[in-house]
Ligand binder design. Structure first.
Ligand SMILES: [Cu+2]
Length: 175
């Protein structure tokens, strides 16, 4: 009985892990460029996009079109304050599909290319049928830097290790 519960919790943890991912986006690059890196993220409902301020002063504003530098007029559109590193801001992906576009509203950053796209639910050409595109695979425009993908995988491994470890502790306690 206890073993069954332990196995169930372990599997539930793994399922939760595979269903929710955290996608990291650098706000301002390590080299000091005024860009989002990567500028395209493939996410699914239940995922989070964590914006990490790395350099410079920036904000994250939702727009209504790719590359647009004007705020979205939709009622729930998001706009952050202008922050400097160290700062993190997390966006919860609540939609099942679609696209969200972002830009930085500081100075001429947007005009100079500080924009980004969040593709939700595999709403892009390279997504497999189940709509899950791991960040390690290049999005349609092939611009995702390997470093960001590596960060995402590192955090996924850390979570996996945490799930496995806590399950083992649970097993040790219950058996
Ligand atoms: Cu900026």
């Amino acid at each position: 009985m206890n073993k069954a519960i332990t196995v169930f919790l372990f599997l539930a943890g793994l399922i939760a892990l595979t269903q929710a991912a955290e996608h990291l986006v650098n706000v301002g690059t390590k080299e000091g460029k005024n860009l989002f890196e990567p500028d395209t993220v493939n996410a699914a409902m239940g995922d989070t996009v964590k914006f990490v301020w790395v350099s410079g002063k920036h904000n994250v504003i939702e727009s209504d079109a790719k590359g647009a530098c004007t705020a979205s007029k939709t009622p729930n559109a998001f706009t952050t304050e202008i922050y400097e590193a160290p700062k993190e801001w997390v966006l919860d992906i609540k939609d099942a599909s679609g696209k969200k576009w972002i830009y930085c509203g500081v100075a001429q950053h947007c005009a100079n290319g500080m924009t980004g796209t969040i593709l939700i639910g595999g709403d892009n050409k390279t997504a497999p049928a189940d709509g899950k595109t791991p960040d390690g695979k290049a999005p349609a425009d092939g611009k995702a830097p390997a470093s960001a993908a590596a960060q995402t995988y590192t955090s996924a491994y850390a979570v996996t290790a945490g799930v496995v470890f806590s399950s083992m502790c649970m097993a040790a306690y219950m058996l």
